[in-house]
Design a protein around this ligand. Structure first.
Ligand SMILES: *Cc1c(COP(=O)(O)O)cnc(C)c1O
Length: 380
């Protein structure tokens, strides 16, 4: 059996272990400490725009706190991009609110501004103005932020950016994760940088970040005993994980560069193939970290996305269909949806290719050769 080629596996740099060792040596083995503070500072400096950051146990926890900060309550409605990972939508349900799903547009595969506005108008007509808009930068590609922010401002609805996949991407030179009223990042094991598991909440509003840290540590009031006047959560990042994060921040620019070069490799390798389509950056305003390289397999001599996926699996190469839209998920069957089927089509045709920053040239060539073999019908 050939060696396994993963979709996106962790890639440690030089210094992660030193930060973790320092935590051991100083006995900061807790969900607080110098690495947590240092990691928050590193992230805020990298993102710029005067943002503040709270390091948390996951991106999902960050999104939950973002909705709490924006006052989302039981019975409310929250607009969410349909084409995404379930973690974008689950925190809406944690609050007892209802997700309202909005379709993708063809260019970036992210939230369609047209259907966003249609959804807002229809929900208002139904008697409820949505409390927030969750826009996702899928696979690192920036959503059409100018138009989305313009619509959000027009109806005065705060935007939460789900930038879990988009650390290192930018729009018009501004880092993703700095556009929304609040934004979230993820450092899960498969993301562009990882802390093994973890996330962050980002905002220019320092009060929200302070309050989030408070809620994330069980909402302890200032008192010598345990005193509580709010419902709290155990959502803080551990000082061990944050140590890994500090090391990963030192190599983030290299990780972005390598992921982008994976995409360039695939694009070149399949340049002569009609059946394979790529999502290009629409223009120079868009810069994707290319967290995952993705392709659409247009019907070509009957070779489908699944044919390719299964063939690669036999050669021990991991690929995966694009995110299945939330409005097609049984768990969200009763939620409203606005769109024209674009995300459904992308899901039917789309495949995520091995994209790790630790892939060798040989790995990439093996993936391309196997895909070419299926598409040209020369595989055995
Ligand atoms: C990974 C991911 C999340 C959740 O992050 P966790 O840290 O795993 O909780 C949320 N949204 C998107 C789009 C993601 O890819």
């Amino acid at each position: 059996m050939n060696d396994k080629i993963w979709l996106s596996s962790p890639h440690m740099g030089e210094n992660e272990f030193n930060f973790v060792k320092e935590a051991f040596d100083t006995n900061w083995i807790a969900p607080l400490g110098p690495n947590v503070d240092g990691f928050e500072k590193d992230l805020a400096t990298y993102l710029g725009e005067g943002v503040h950051v709270a390091a948390l146990s996951s991106g999902t926890a960050a999104l939950h706190l973002a909705l709490i900060m924006l006052g989302v309550q039981a019975g409310d409605e929250v607009i969410c991009q349909t084409m995404t990972f379930s973690a974008s939508a689950n925190p809406i349900a944690y609050q007892g609110a209802t997700p309202v799903f909005v379709d993708s547009e063809e260019q970036t595969w992210n939230m369609s501004p047209k259907y966003l506005e249609a959804a807002i108008l229809d929900r208002i007509e139904n008697g409820k103005k949505p409390k927030a808009i969750i826009v996702v930068h899928l696979y690192g590609m920036p959503a059409q932020m100018d138009r989305i922010m313009e619509i959000a401002d027009k109806y005065e609805i705060p935007v939460v950016e789900d930038a879990a996949e988009a650390l290192g991407s930018s729009y018009k030179g501004q880092k993703l994760g700095t556009f929304g009223a609040m934004s979230i990042l993820s450092f899960n094991g498969n993301k562009i940088i990882t802390t093994s598991g973890g996330g962050a909440l980002v905002s220019k509003n320092e009060e929200w970040i302070k309050k989030s840290r408070f809620l994330a540590t069980q909402a302890r009031d200032a008192a010598p005993h345990y005193q509580h006047s709010h419902i709290g959560y155990n959502y803080r990042m551990s000082n061990i994980s944050a140590g890994i994060g500090r090391g990963q921040m030192e190599v983030l620019p290299q990780r972005v560069e390598k992921r982008r070069s994976n995409f360039t490799f695939y694009k070149k390798a399949f340049s002569g193939m009609e059946a394979i389509k790529f999502a290009d950056e629409p223009n120079a305003d868009y810069s994707s970290n290319r967290w995952l390289s993705t392709v659409l397999i247009e019907a070509n001599g009957g070779v489908t996305r699944e044919d390719i996926r299964l063939h690669l699996e036999k050669d021990n190469i991991e690929t995966r269909p694009l995110w299945k839209p939330m409005h097609l998920q049984p768990v969200f069957a009763n939620s409203p949806f606005y769109g024209d089927g674009t995300s459904e089509r992308l899901f039917d045709l789309g495949l995520c290719l091995p994209s790790g920053s630790n892939l060798s040239d040989e790995d990439l060539k093996r993936v391309a050769a196997q895909m070419t073999a299926v598409l040209e019908g020369t595989s055995v």
